[in-house]
Design a protein around this ligand. Structure first.
Ligand SMILES: [Zn+2]
Length: 252
């Protein structure tokens, strides 16, 4: 659980696209997740992935029977290139509107021109979908987490993503901003208050996307429906930060 894989080239992490639940689809690679929501009035894309996996993203969208030209809104969980790298080219192709957390907007301009700057409590609405935005700084100052509902077989499920779990920017000398560790802990505390039935990771290792996709395909049972994984992952993130600090103290 929560284990990573690394590749020499990002495109080696290509994954078969699939429906996660309701109107939510996986269209990313192993290294960086992208999720597509079919709102009935156009598509919302959450994170675009690396610049050099754009062709895989586009192929995945077509493979599922959608068209990238129907993407109306692209929401970015944070500014880093593994989530925003393909955005400029995708906007050039589709004209989609781009969204990012307000505090990440300036530095995101390295990758694309943000249209809408999101703040805590904002709602992004399209068709049948309303996505609530929570500011969860730490990994970057402008990291946002997203929550929305989807329906399947007459049931409503709450879908959630933690927009920036990575501890790489919490290591000494690599901080995105001062007090990021305290910010990260405060974000974890806020995220624990959220009820999440279906946790979608913004990296595959966050929620074991690949293994779950296999189970879903082979058995028809949906392991993405799991109301315990969300808090398990948040606890894992907190412990990883504790371990990081402990290691640093040992080195002094
Ligand atoms: Zn990042």
């Amino acid at each position: 659980m929560f284990e990573r894989k690394s590749f020499q080239h990002h495109y080696e992490g290509a994954m078969e696209p699939f429906k996660i639940i309701g109107n939510v689809y996986y269209v990313g690679c192993f290294s960086a997740s992208s999720h597509l929501i079919d709102t009935g009035d156009g598509l919302i894309l959450i994170d675009t992935g690396y610049a050099d996996t754009l062709h895989l993203l586009i192929n995945s969208i077509y493979q599922l029977g959608f068209s990238p030209y129907d993407i109306k809104k692209i929401i970015h969980t944070h500014k880093h290139g593994d989530h925003t790298g393909a955005t400029a080219a995708l906007v050039h192709l589709t004209g989609a509107e781009t969204y990012i957390g307000e505090k990440d907007a300036e530095s995101a301009k390295e990758y694309f021109e943000p249209d809408v700057l999101l703040k805590d409590g904002d709602v992004v609405q399209l068709g049948n979908t309303e996505i609530r935005v929570l500011e969860t700084p730490g990994h970057t100052i402008g990291t946002i987490s997203l929550f929305f509902e989807t329906a399947e077989k007459g049931k409503i499920y709450r879908v959630g993503t933690f927009g920036g779990a990575g501890a790489n920017t919490l290591a000494k000398g690599r901080f995105d901003y001062p007090d990021c560790r305290e910010g990260y802990r405060a974000s974890l505390a806020r995220l624990r208050e959220e009820t999440v039935d279906v946790f979608i990771g913004n990296h595959v290792w966050n929620n074991d996307t690949e293994a779950k996709a296999k189970i879903l395909k082979e058995t028809g049972e949906n392991p993405f429906i799991d109301d315990e994984l969300w808090c398990m992952f948040l606890n894992f993130c907190e412990k990883r930060l504790d371990d990081l600090i402990e290691k640093e103290e040992e080195q002094i």
